[in-house]
Design a protein around this ligand. Structure first.
Ligand SMILES: [Zn+2]
Length: 255
């Protein structure tokens, strides 16, 4: 659409604030995610001064319209206007932790300057859902599976990833390395594979295929919730460690 607009001296974009850090006396370096340019690191000058008008629009999780000017190292925020502040995510410690986790997970999966509008929409949806969620942990599992799908790492949950046979209604296995389920015959010999109960398999398939409005109505036992959290957490950690193995490992899933 406006593929060249980032070459203009001043340009406008919508953005979600992923994270920020302090820089110098009064500045902040901010990582944003935009629909047109993907992830980008920018600087907000003087934003830590009490008189700054931009500060309130550049808080984590904020969805904002930004005017940016080309800079040498980082582009510079010249003005910022909140579209949605997601205040509920800031006012509840538990929701704040989830919102940070959602942001960090996306940050870890995307490269700078690699546009991915579907992931942009996903994160916005996830923040909206989280604000109203009767079950934030289940919202998180939906978000993880949706992000995996868009990033091209959707786990295979219907056929054995080794032999291709349709999985039977019994305890199967899950392989991080193969990115999906294994039948008992192939799972038992696989050292890194973990058992996958029939119930957990059904719930994962349901979350992978149904609309969020249906998923959030699921009533799951704490045991099933823990299984799903562990399995998806292990899989995400595995993918990110493989990807970042030459860099410093980041403690993404630290809860
Ligand atoms: Zn098999």
């Amino acid at each position: 659409m406006r593929a060249n607009s980032h070459r203009e001296r001043v340009y406008r974009t919508r953005a979600i604030i992923l994270k920020r850090r302090e820089q110098g006396e009064a500045d902040r370096v901010i990582t944003i995610f935009t629909p047109e340019f993907g992830k980008r690191v920018i600087i907000a000058k003087g934003v830590r001064k009490p008189t700054s008008r931009k500060a309130g629009h550049l808080e984590p999780f904020t969805h904002a319209t930004l005017m940016l000017a080309r800079g040498k190292t980082w582009d510079i925020v010249t003005s910022a206007q909140t579209i949605s502040s997601f205040r509920a995510l800031r006012e509840d410690l538990d929701l704040t932790a989830y919102a940070y986790y959602f942001s960090e997970l996306l940050d870890a999966f995307v490269q700078e300057e690699d546009p991915h509008p579907e992931l942009y929409d996903l994160l916005l949806d996830a923040f909206h859902y989280l604000e109203q969620s009767p079950n934030p942990a289940l919202t998180a599992r939906w978000y993880e599976l949706s992000l995996l799908k868009l990033a091209g790492f959707s786990p295979q949950l219907f056929q054995c990833v080794r032999c291709g046979q349709h999985l039977q209604p019994e305890t199967n296995y899950f392989s991080l390395e193969h990115g999906g389920a294994l039948c008992p015959r192939h799972g038992e010999g696989e050292a890194e594979a973990q058992p996958l109960s029939l119930n957990a398999l059904k719930v994962l398939r349901y979350i992978q295929s149904q609309p969020y409005a249906h998923i959030i109505r699921l009533q799951l036992t704490p045991g099933t919730m823990r299984q799903l959290e562990k399995l998806l957490g292990d899989y995400l950690r595995f993918l990110l460690e493989r990807r970042l193995k030459s860099k410093t490992f980041i403690h993404l899933l630290r809860r």
